[in-house]
Design a protein around this ligand. Structure first.
Ligand code: NAD
Length: 552
């Protein structure tokens, strides 16, 4: 039975043993589509997160996807082009059930303005990374990544944790909403600025944010008290980051860590310029795009100048993956890239081993299935400090949204071993239903994003998008259930290409084969990608795990 969804009553949370589709594989993908809307930011408009990231092109396309998933056989493949189903073709039972290409625009045309025009004509939609691929699991999707960044900073600069440290950030949206909880898990007193009071309230309601301060003075007093008492605390503040950051700098306050996760990548549908209300911004989105882009960029310039100022005064400042530096540089801030990107600054050694944001969703809707897999992780990887630490923290702090899910950064071989063991637990009935395995697109072999994921690669291969395309072809050859190639939409147009994958553990021998091939080959390509760029960690991984790297 689906469960009531208090946040979005028209979008119940799927679950239960009854199938509407002809098999669990199809049912699983249907539930994942329902799930991304149940936890999305604006499901009435099919928007899941990241300003414009959509689950389907429009409602007729959505209805056609649901109907097809419900009626299709296991030996057919549904083809989706930018959120619209366009074909159901005879393949075979080992082929993917769904393949997607979302928002891929030919190079010279891949610009925000062209995207907006194509979107207006109803020809395209952007799938974010995990929205259009039906893999989004709410703010939990990025929380371990954010936590690991904070912990790397803590280890390098603050003796191992962030207790007694002030973190300043902005953006409490679909993904940015993970920041207050990740910061608190690392021990910080974290201040999160968002222009939209509703977003702040939502994060507080679902347990990701503790307090909302009435104004900046009150917010700083709360942070100051928590810092002095070395007490973890998350505080939201409704305001514009382009005003609040410079004001904090003007007062001579130097936070220990500064970042930002507003939707700065999109100057029309994401970032809100200072001095404008949300309603004013909305009214300009269709007819005043030029004006809005100029105003957003001017505000981002001030926002980033304040971040640079705080960096000079000693704050650890980083770009949290939203193109804010790129937008500022376009606006004339020549030194915007003095701010490092989080991937290169903190996480690349993990990516070089293909350790990244693996995740799974309990299709039964039962939290006990996730709890059992948490136990399994601790049993299987007792010496993996990242995992044992993370699972203990996640159990304690992370509330479930939508289908119960977990994210855990696992690497080559580990993902496959876990998923195959879970498949056995599904077969034996120890779990109440099948489990869908997936990952973020921000993964070793899965993404080319020269200002975020692949910035300053050792060999200069930042902009080469062959890797995600190879990954998608490899995953189709490796029997994954859903394979997708996404490129950037809105402000991300022309900036990225990524590949996503989902494989369903339904307890069958066929699922075991699919999990084994798809998950193993996905991370193998990730290691090979970084070896090709010259990272030592990747060569160690290839030697230790016998990965089939061809050296030229
Ligand atoms: P979202 O659109 O759901 O939320 C953005 C939030 O920013 C909104 O709550 C909005 O009110 C707020 N905002 C906009 N302008 C503001 C301003 N001037 N001052 C204060 N608040 C403002 O987006 P999201 O899903 O939370 O993603 C945020 C950004 O992070 C996007 O650019 C996204 O692409 C990026 N992202 C990065 C990663 C990563 O791995 N680092 C992962 C996911 C998303």
């Amino acid at each position: 039975m689906p469960k009531a969804n208090p946040r979005h009553p028209n979008f119940p949370i799927p679950g239960g043993p009854e199938l509407r589709a002809k098999g669990w594989r199809q049912e699983a993908l249907l539930r994942l589509l329902e799930n991304v809307l149940s936890v999305g930011e604006d499901p009435d408009n099919l928007i899941v997160y990241a300003a414009l990231g959509k689950a389907a092109r429009n409602w007729p396309a959505h209805r056609a996807i649901v109907k097809t998933l419900t009626e299709m056989d296991e030996d057919q493949t549904l083809i989706i082009q930018s959120g619209k189903p366009v074909g159901l073709l005879q393949t075979h039972a080992k082929a993917p059930l769904v393949i997607m290409a979302n928002c891929n625009i030919v190079g010279q045309w891949a610009k925000a303005e062209v995207f907006y025009e194509l979107q207006r004509k109803g020809l395209i939609c952007w799938g974010g990374l995990t929205a259009g691929a039906w893999q989004y699991i709410g703010s939990q999707g990025v929380i371990q990544g954010t936590y690991e960044i904070f912990m790397r900073i803590a280890e390098r600069r603050f003796g191992g944790d962030l207790f007694g440290r002030f973190v300043l950030t902005a953006g409490l949206g679909g993904m940015g909403g993970a920041q207050p909880l990740a910061g608190r898990m690392a021990g910080a007193a974290i201040l999160c600025v968002d222009i939209d009071a509703e977003r702040a309230k939502k994060r507080r309601e679902i347990g990701y944010l503790q307090e909302i301060a009435p104004d900046l003075d009150a917010a700083l007093a709360m942070i100051d008290a928590a810092v002095k008492e070395k007490r973890a605390l998350s505080v939201g503040l409704v305001g514009n980051a382009a005003e609040i950051y410079p004001e904090i700098a003007r007062r001579g306050i130097v936070p220990d860590v500064v970042t930002d996760q507003t939707s700065a990548h999109d100057l029309v549908y994401g970032y809100v310029p200072k001095g404008m209300s949300l309603d004013q911004v909305k009214s300009l989105r269709d007819d005043g795009q030029g004006q809005l882009m100029a105003a957003s960029r001017a505000s981002i310039v001030e926002h980033v100048k304040a971040m640079l100022d705080l960096q000079k005064k000693g704050s650890e400042v980083f770009d949290n993956g939203n193109l804010i530096r790129t937008q500022a540089r376009e606006g004339g801030v020549a030194n915007a890239f003095d701010i490092p990107i989080f991937t290169e600054a903190y996480l690349r050694p993990l990516f070089a081993r293909a350790i990244g944001p693996f995740r799974w969703m309990a299709l039964s809707g039962e939290e006990s299935d996730i709890a059992r897999i948490d136990d399994l992780l601790l049993e299987m990887f007792p010496d993996n400090k990242i995992i044992t630490n993370w699972i203990k923290l996640a159990r304690q702090h992370i509330p479930f949204e939508g289908l119960p899910a977990r994210i855990a950064w696992l690497g080559h071989g580990e993902r496959t071993a876990l998923a195959r063991r879970v498949n056995e637990l599904v077969a034996s009935g120890e779990l109440k239903g099948p489990i869908a395995f997936s990952r973020d697109h921000l993964d070793a072999g899965a993404m080319a994003h020269p200002n975020i994921m692949t910035e300053r690669m050792k060999d200069g291969s930042d902009a080469i998008a062959d890797w995600p395309l190879l990954d998608a072809m490899l995953l189709c050859s490796s029997m994954a259930d859903l394979v997708v190639v996404h490129s950037g939409g809105g402000g991300y147009a022309g900036y990225m290409t990524s590949c996503g994958v989902t494989v369903v553990a339904d307890g069958t021998a066929e699922a075991d084969e699919r999990l084994d091939h798809a998950l193993t080959n996905d991370t193998a390509l990730g290691v090979i990608r970084y070896a090709d760029a010259g990272y030592d960690e990747s060569f160690e991984e290839i030697a230790a795990k016998g990965i089939g790297h061809v050296k030229v």
